[in-house]
Design a protein around this ligand. Structure first.
Ligand code: FAD
Length: 344
């Protein structure tokens, strides 16, 4: 990858899916990019994600759908090289809450907020009655990217390095510190933004998963349960079948709860009875970086260094990652073109 000498020095805080995709977009556009991450990639929330490309638990939906559509196409292209990238195209069914009145998205958002998504996903269609689980009356069938996140994060790090970027394992205590040797700071610290930029709006939505041996399920299945914030899902990954899930607002623990795990398996086994006996391979817990709205904006730090914030992607960071990365790149371009050498 050619490095354009006209690039600027950029410090990206965060080495999850949001930080790495932003860093790649910037490095491949010719900037000199350094990622600073407190955690190794396998210790991030991104590594826990089930990896389905579908907008879920993220606001505002209108922007999220635009970002998701862009990511869909990037991930679909990466899915042509699944061994290398961790992305695959997999068919599945998204069912809506039964008896919920108006059609609903899985997190209770109105279905029409996702209308642009339904239009944009190639081949997406209404599920037939035979394709729906018992008790459900509506849903969608689609072939979407499903991403093995630990493998994808490794791929992203390698791609960043190939574009001349670096990853440093270090905690920063302020964005000013991160920006000391940089022309621009990009803040992709996820839930870490709560402390890093004193943003109380970003908060955890804890999610627990159980990974079991796959008895032969090849499609993904997601069902919203009426009257519950939990969503039942089954995602076939190369490392096992991912069973989910939970969504606990403001719960901070990363410790799997055995009772919750049992309840997840029982819910999934109502749909696929063979799962009741499936061997458990692992338990996982992650904290979604939720926010009333994703913060993807530019501000100046007290010393004048421009900062592009890109955090608060809730339950859809994988889904929107490449769309948001494009927007970060556009913001940096606008800073350069708008007011000279980044206004300093
Ligand atoms: C159970 C579960 C299932 C999910 N399933 C899906 C799914 O199927 N599809 C989907 O799209 N999304 C899913 N998500 C959501 C997705 O995981 C998140 O939206 C996404 O991982 C957020 O990415 P991020 O890079 O912002 O945050 P993170 O992955 O948490 O990364 C934050 C980074 O910032 C670094 N950092 C923080 N503070 C500092 C600091 N002070 N100094 C240095 N570094 C710092 C961390 O070390 C880390 O590298 C799921 C989440 C959970 C919990």
């Amino acid at each position: 990858m050619a490095i354009n000498t006209g690039g600027v020095d950029i410090s990206v805080v965060g080495g999850g899916v949001i930080g790495l995709t932003s860093a790649i977009a910037l490095a491949e556009a010719g900037h000199r990019v350094r990622v600073v991450s407190r955690d190794a990639s396998d210790g991030t929330t991104s590594a826990v994600a089930g990896g389905l490309c579908w907008p879920y638990r993220i606001r505002p939906y209108e922007r999220a759908v635009q970002w998701s559509v862009r990511s869909f196409h990037v991930l679909a292209a990466l899915a042509e090289r699944p061994q290398e990238t961790g992305a695959r195209m997999v068919t599945g069914t998204m069912t809506e809450a039964p008896d919920a009145g108006a059609p609903q998205a899985p997190d209770g958002g109105a279905d029409d907020e996702l209308a642009a998504w339904y239009t944009a996903v190639p081949g997406l269609r209404r599920a037939s009655a035979a394709e729906l689980p018992e008790g459900y009356t509506a849903g969608w069938r689609a072939r979407t990217p499903l991403v093995d996140m630990p493998a994808h994060l490794r791929y992203l790090e390698q791609r960043l390095t190939a574009a001349g970027g670096t990853v440093e394992r270090r905690e920063v205590t302020s964005l000013a510190e991160a920006g000391r040797a940089a022309d621009v700071v990009v803040n992709c610290s996820g839930l870490g933004a709560r402390a890093l930029v004193s943003d109380p709006d970003v908060h955890p939505v804890q999610g627990q998963l159980v990974i079991v041996e796959n008895p032969g399920i090849e499609e993904w299945h997601v069902s919203a349960d009426a009257g519950s914030t939990d969503t039942t899902y089954v995602l076939p990954q190369p490392y096992g079948l991912v069973l989910g899930g939970t969504a606990r607002e403001n719960a901070w623990s990363r410790e799997p709860d055995p009772a919750v795990a049992e309840a997840i398996v029982a819910r999934c086994a109502r749909r696929f009875p063979e799962l009741a006996r499936a061997r458990v391979l692992a338990h996982k817990v992650g904290l979604r970086p939720a926010r009333p709205a994703v913060r993807l904006t530019v501000e100046r730090l007290p010393d004048g260094t421009p900062c592009v914030h890109n955090y608060g992607h809730g339950g859809a960071g994988v889904t929107v990652s490449w769309g948001c990365a494009d927007e970060v790149l556009r913001s940096v371009r606008a800073l350069r073109e708008g007011d000279g050498p980044l206004g300093r």
